[in-house]
Design a protein around this ligand. Structure first.
Ligand code: KIV
Ligand code: NA
Length: 279
């Protein structure tokens, strides 16, 4: 979208059709969304990864609708012109009915433009219900972190012929149900290329190689703000956590040594007023 105008699904579609790679990053609050928008990303994703990198949960499973709305609202304030996609958290789309209710909440209360949910054919009724309700949906197949326990951990998906066929069928079904884009997470790069070639909607890879229509990364991984768990596919472009840690330690040391605050941080009052006070 031209600077200062609202990005839409139409802009995303045009870029995809022009064969240009899409860059997506997560953001969960005002400053991070502002950074993402200013960097020129194609989509800002309020991922339920917020549960791990911001809220300190061990997985994304505990994330609630209220938490997603809270963070989506903040991200929207920071990225008013971006295409903003918000994750439906685990348990919020078990049935088509609660799915539409919760999807609508992410749009009405959170200010999102679209929602994302995890799963293939098992969530087809939910995807159809959302699309019928006028809610744009991004799919997510391959490794689906919300159901990591039932998948047996955070492992590459679709490595066998049988599993790859299932994944391809899931992606096709999601496209047919009306998803405008599909995330492929932790999928062998050649399978991701095959899926991408067979679909007519953009695939967004994370740990899926270079042939997907776009890439998505968790901002805290890109910036080096989360080191509890570092997947192989996480790209680190900066060490913001280390820089922040040094800055805070310096502040603490300066206060301890009375080097902070300095004169430039302090306020004066007229001498006459002070003398009168002391009298
Ligand atoms: O929650 C998230 O950050 C995501 C992306 C990694 C795709 O779902
Ligand atoms: Na997610």
């Amino acid at each position: 979208a031209p600077p200062g105008t609202k990005a839409t699904l139409r802009h995303l579609r045009a870029k995809y059709e022009a064969g240009l790679p899409l860059a997506i990053v997560t953001a969960y609050d005002y400053p991070s969304a502002q950074l993402a928008e200013r960097a020129g990303v194609d989509v800002v994703l309020v991922g339920d990864s917020v549960g791990m990198v911001v809220l300190g949960y061990d997985s994304t499973t505990p994330v609630t609708m209220d938490e997603m709305i809270h963070h989506t609202k903040a991200a929207r304030r920071g990225a008013p012109h971006s295409l903003l996609v918000a994750d439906l958290p685990f348990g919020s789309y078990l049935h088509a009915h609660d799915c539409v209710h919760n999807g609508a909440r992410l749009l009405k209360e959170g200010g999102a433009d679209a929602v994302k949910l995890e799963g293939g054919r098992r969530v087809l009724a939910q995807v159809r219900a959302l699309v019928d309700a006028g809610i744009a949906v991004m799919g997510h197949v391959g490794l689906t972190p919300q159901t990591h326990a039932s998948l047996g951990g955070y492992t590459v998906q679709g490595k066998t012929t049988v599993a790859a066929r299932e994944l391809l069928a899931d992606a096709r079904a999601l496209e047919a149900a009306g998803c405008f884009s599909i995330v492929l997470e932790m999928v062998p790069h050649k399978l991701a290329a095959l899926v991408t070639a067979q679909l007519r909607v953009p695939t967004i890879g994370i740990g899926a190689g270079v042939s997907t229509s776009g890439q998505v990364q968790v901002m805290h991984d890109l910036l080096g703000l989360y080191d509890k768990f570092q997947p192989k596919f996480a790209a680190r472009y900066a060490a913001v956590g280390a820089i922040s840690g040094r800055a805070l330690a310096e502040y603490v040391a300066d206060v301890a040594a009375r080097r902070f605050p300095g004169a430039q941080h302090s306020f004066a009052m007229p001498d006459a007023e002070l003398h009168a006070l002391e009298d």
